[in-house]
Design a protein around this ligand. Structure first.
Ligand code: NAP
Length: 367
């Protein structure tokens, strides 16, 4: 077991607006020899092994995120590592445990209250981009042996969001049957980013029919290999929502839509959804302004629209158990980045060339 260090290398978001107008990522600074805070009774010190990126990292760093962020703050939400030390009242973890971060430091169950939402890692409180990082005990899960540290670093934001979209918030009426069979149900995933690929994998393992959209022929092959039953190119088929609906039995429409596009995809999601189906509002990949479908259309559709804010710790544990039980392997992009290359990793995400999760290595020797 390593000695307990006193200092760490870490990334910090020093302001919301770029300090250098020619560099949108000048908000991010790499700091060496930063002091590691003394553990409170409820905290755990982790030696970080891997981190992964989310679209949120790009939005926050470039000041496009829709929620207030206090600065300076350590960015990022997804990490894995090994427990080095625990506070005096910590009961669930001990040194040597392999763990993954949970998106919220403290959101045990049910819908996220404003207080719980305020504990978002890298959003409300310090995040994970530190080689040695302090967590609340309530903000970690133990990794089962079937899930490696690199896989564990991909789960907290995108994976958990996909899980909540398909199975609801644990601890609510909606979320009372996690991991149930989805046989006979259809799921539409938009694009091939982190959330959508997780949703595809979870839904296929549950027996659903999955329709995926993508803008790339190369990625079309990859999603088919992951089990997508139908793939539609949303660039060459702008009415992909109608096409997706026509692929369902008796033109019934889609039961679960993973709506990561936002303003410019919602219109087609309305065209695709089944009566009684759910459009899970998750992301803003297509921008912030677009043609909004009408509310009267929603009445006619008799569909549900549900906002997804990642999920909670109870659901996260269900999700991790499900991955282990179903032997689902999170998809990681082939390109990897060193800890010091966080900005390059964000630029790579911005380019949209990735498939699945982008990994940043802090201490890969732990795996
Ligand atoms: N609400 C929440 O709790 C929550 C949690 C996680 C993420 N999010 C949000 O969800 C969105 C997805 O996050 P992510 O981490 O999965 O992103 P990501 O990994 O960066 O996803 C990128 C992929 O999305 C696809 N895409 C881009 N524009 C699209 C469009 N107009 N229509 C359909 N697909 C499009 C592209 O797929 P192709 O290359 O195949 O075209 C692209 O490669 C982001 O807006 C993020 O902020 C929200």
């Amino acid at each position: 077991m390593s000695a307990i260090p006193q200092t760490t290398t870490r990334w910090r978001l020093t302001s919301r607006t770029p300090t250098d107008p020619t560099d949108t990522l000048s908000t991010l600074t790499l700091e060496h020899d930063a002091p590691i805070p003394t553990l409170s009774p409820t905290q755990v010190l982790i030696k970080t092994a891997y981190l992964s990126l989310n679209y949120r990292d790009l939005l926050i760093a470039t000041n496009q995120y829709g929620f207030p962020i206090p600065t300076p703050i350590i960015p990022g939400s997804d990490a894995s590592g090994t427990v080095l030390a625990v506070g005096s009242s910590v009961t669930h973890f001990q040194p040597g445990d392999k763990v993954a971060s949970s998106f919220f430091a403290n959101s045990p169950t049910g819908y996220n209250s404003p207080q719980a939402a305020g504990t978002a890692l890298g959003g409300g409180v310090d995040g994970v981009y530190a080689k040695y990082c302090v967590y609340e005990e309530t903000g970690l899960v133990k990794l089962p042996e079937q899930i490696s540290l690199v896989e564990g670093a991909t789960l907290s934001c995108a994976g958990m969001t996909a899980w909540t979209a398909l199975y609801g918030y644990a601890g609510t009426e909606d979320g009372k049957n996690p991991g149930r069979s989805l046989e006979g149900e259809t799921v539409l995933v938009q694009g091939t980013g982190g959330v959508s690929v997780f949703a595809l994998q979870i839904a296929k393992a549950a027996g659903a029919t999955v329709i995926a959209t993508t803008s790339s022929e190369e990625k079309e092959k990859r999603v088919r290999e992951l089990g997508a039953d139908h793939v539609i190119n949303y660039k060459t088929t702008p009415n992909w929502g109608e096409v997706a609906k026509s692929l369902t039995k008796d033109n019934k429409g889609i039961d679960h839509i993973i709506e990561v596009g936002g303003a410019n995809t919602l219109d087609q999601s309305f065209k695709a959804v089944a009566a009684g189906g759910t459009i899970n509002i998750i992301g803003v990949l297509s921008g912030f302004e677009g043609a909004q479908p009408s509310l009267t259309q929603l009445i006619y559709l008799q569909a549900k629209i549900r906002g997804i804010l990642v999920g909670n710790l109870e659901g996260y544990k269900d999700f991790v158990d499900y991955l282990a039980k179903k032997q689902i392997k999170p998809v990681v992009d082939e390109k990897r980045f060193k800890f010091e290359e966080y900005k390059e990793a964000i630029r790579y995400m911005e380019s949209g060339k990735h498939f699945g999760k982008i990994i940043v290595e802090a201490d890969p020797a732990q795996d």
